[in-house]
Design a protein. Structure first.
Length: 156
């Protein structure tokens, strides 16, 4: 499945919401859908059952935090939820790294790069909503987003 194929399956009700215009929301929702087969694979190994739960909660929270923040009236309120999403994206990236032994390096690397791209977007959005710069600089990870959206490995 590519990102474009995934887009075709997204319900009209989501695509017609103004929130859909945010690239970060679309990518976070896509990442949550990609996490489903990954979690299914992780849950089959007794050693990674807990990891699977944590991973799905973290990756699923990213799009939910964006949706909740988008619905807030003030920029500071929005930024607070976007910061939660940033934390969840980083947490999900961490869980993918830890799950690489079961998911394979290729799958984990893909998901880590996708979440890293989402993190970079958060690091641009949050200061704009807060009205000031974050303490950390946004590193240039050199991620090719088109490749991430069209060459998606699945767990074995």
């Amino acid at each position: 499945m590519t990102f474009d194929e995934w887009l075709e399956a997204v319900p009209r009700e989501l695509k017609e919401d103004p929130l859909w215009k945010m690239e970060i929301y679309r990518l976070a929702l896509f990442a949550a859908d990609l996490a489903w087969p990954d979690v299914t694979k992780l849950i089959q190994d007794k050693r990674t059952i807990g990891l699977a739960d944590q991973l799905y909660r973290a990756v699923g929270a990213v799009s939910s935090d964006i949706a909740e923040g988008y619905s807030r009236q003030s920029g500071k309120d929005q930024a607070r939820f976007y910061e939660y999403g940033l934390g969840s994206a980083r947490e999900g990236r961490n869980w993918y790294y830890e799950g690489r032994h079961v998911l394979t390096e290729r799958v984990a690397s893909h998901r880590i790069r996708l979440l890293t791209h989402i993190i970079r977007l958060f690091l641009r959005i949050i200061p704009n909503e807060r009205g000031y710069k974050l303490q950390e600089e946004a590193p240039d990870y050199g991620i090719d987003i088109a490749d991430l959206l069209n060459n998606i490995p699945l767990p074995p």
